[in-house]
Design a protein around this ligand. Structure first.
Ligand SMILES: [Zn+2]
Length: 500
């Protein structure tokens, strides 16, 4: 998941040249050396094979995920762990056939799925032809808050299709208000600042009405026609919404304080569109290879317990990590010193992003995690850029609980800048991962250099915090959390999906 936010050029240079801290002195044993690229490659190849034989994906609620779970469990057992499979129910969503969307009057127009519109995650199923009515249309070139209040629908004709502009509140709120007002389908079109692309997003949970998201151009043209009178639209969605069960896999070191635990996570699931080898076979395999060597740190190196977690249903909205964090007792939550997250560590045109714990809204201690990772890479003259905490991966529920977090990610569908191409190589003007959430996210989509160097960073961070979390939490968390700040409110993303 995720989209890149770029810091100032000066900040990039500074992180690239960071002087290693005392923490970065090579330890013995050196976990980064014990974890080999060969081990990680083997896991990646196995995940690819699992996807290839199970419908081409490893998505939550599907066979490829179940087999991926068994693989991780069996590899952990071989390494001496006693892994736990933590089950939970979730809202499974599938688009059974592509949605269609068009105008039947005054003109006959079929809009192109993917280019001119997309459907929303958790859209209901339906085949509706009806008059369309614009809802509280914002002034031209403003985002506004169309459909966010029930009053916006005061004059809405029951049975019509609602035309609502994106902006001001979650898609879920707009769709729910439209349903209450008697709409038969909902069109939430793009806002003017992102004019050319259709809106893709999540409704957060099952909806009963069809919901589609055209471009601003299509949406604003339709609003004009609706206001002139006589606009009829056709919306057809064919979706499955049902409860399914999925799981996290959790395994912790035998040694170390259980009241000062380092939780290290990577999501195990892919999207349904492809095998998810970079997203997130890369994090999954790196974590597995690190876990398999962690006992070599010995009692001395494992002052704190390391709890490795492979999260399920990240792509459905960080559901596994959320289930884990919210089902802990307050006491057990307070025993978590920090969370490290690794989601996409080998984007083919990627950058070395380190989560920006210096963000004032991140829980205190997050900046220290960022510094430990930056200093490590700085010591090896490997450049880094800050990566925003924007809600797009499994650190989200930890931040919300006030737990400091950090980690590495190399970029998703965002576009590489010229400065980044100078720092990291690759192609400016192209996405970090051109196969993000696509069928081509296969072994061929892995940047082996980033995978390997980032795995060293993962191993280093795990080793460092297994030994001491002093810079993050003062190591005095025996009775409860003292350093947390409120989490940032209302992130724009939930996993890979826009929420508003
Ligand atoms: Zn991901």
């Amino acid at each position: 998941m995720r989209k890149f936010a770029i810091g100032a050029a000066a900040a990039l240079a500074a992180t690239g040249l960071a002087v290693p801290s005392a923490n970065a002195a090579p330890a013995s044993p050196d976990l980064a050396k014990l974890v080999t690229a060969k081990d990680i490659k083997r896991h990646l190849r196995n995940l690819q094979t699992i996807a290839d034989h199970n419908g081409g994906n490893r998505a939550a609620g599907q066979a490829g995920f179940t087999v991926s779970t068994r693989y991780v469990v069996s590899e952990l057992k071989k390494a001496g762990y006693t892994p736990t499979v933590q089950n939970f129910d979730f809202d499974y969503f599938q688009e059974k056939s592509p949605a269609t969307f068009g105008q039947t009057a005054p003109n006959k127009v079929d809009y192109k799925n993917g280019d001119e519109f997309t459907s929303y995650q958790y859209s209901g199923s339906g085949d509706v032809t009806a008059d369309a009515a614009a809802v509280d249309t914002p002034a031209p070139n403003t985002d506004g808050d169309s459909g966010c209040q029930t009053e916006d629908f005061a004059s809405f004709p029951k049975g019509a299709i609602a035309l609502i502009q994106r902006g001001g509140c979650d898609f879920a709120v707009k769709a729910a208000n439209a349903k209450t007002a008697g709409a038969t389908a909902v069109v939430i079109y793009q806002k003017p600042t992102v004019a050319d692309s259709p809106v893709g997003g999540t409704l957060g949970g099952p909806a009963t009405l069809p919901v589609v998201g055209p471009t601003y151009k299509v949406g604003s043209d339709l609003v004009k026609l609706a206001k002139a009178g006589g606009l009829k639209l056709h919306v057809k969605t064919d979706t499955l919404n049902e409860k399914r069960t999925t799981n996290n896999v959790i395994a912790e070191t035998k040694s170390g304080r259980s009241d000062n635990v380092v939780v290290v996570g990577a999501h195990l699931d892919s999207v349904e569109a492809g095998p998810g080898i970079n997203d997130n076979g890369s994090g999954t395999s790196t974590l597995l290879a690190v876990a398999q060597k962690a006992s070599k740190l010995g009692k001395k190196g494992l002052q704190n317990k390391v709890r490795f977690a492979w999260w399920g249903a990240e792509e459905e909205g960080l559901l596994g990590a959320e289930h884990y964090v919210t089902s802990l007792s307050a006491g057990d939550r307070a025993k978590i010193a920090l969370n490290l997250n690794f989601d996409m560590t080998a984007s083919p045109n990627g950058v070395r992003g380190v989560y920006n714990g210096s963000d004032p809204t991140a829980p205190h201690g997050s900046a220290a995690i960022q510094k430990v990772i930056n200093d490590y890479f700085g010591g090896r003259r490997l450049p880094t850029v800050p990566s925003d905490f924007n809600g797009r991966s499994d650190y989200g529920p930890f931040l919300e609980a006030g737990i400091p977090a950090g980690g590495i990610d190399t970029g998703a569908e965002g576009i590489k800048t010229a400065e980044e191409a100078k720092l990291f190589g690759g192609e400016a003007g192209k996405p970090y991962d051109g196969c993000y959430h696509a069928k081509c996210d296969r072994l061929t989509n892995i940047n082996w250099n980033l995978l390997d160097t980032n795995a060293d960073g993962v191993a280093f961070a795990v080793q460092s915090f297994a030994k001491s979390t002093l810079p993050v939490n003062g190591e005095a968390l025996r009775t409860g959390r003292a350093f947390a700040k409120p989490a940032p409110t209302a992130p724009l993303y939930r996993g890979g999906h826009l929420v508003r």
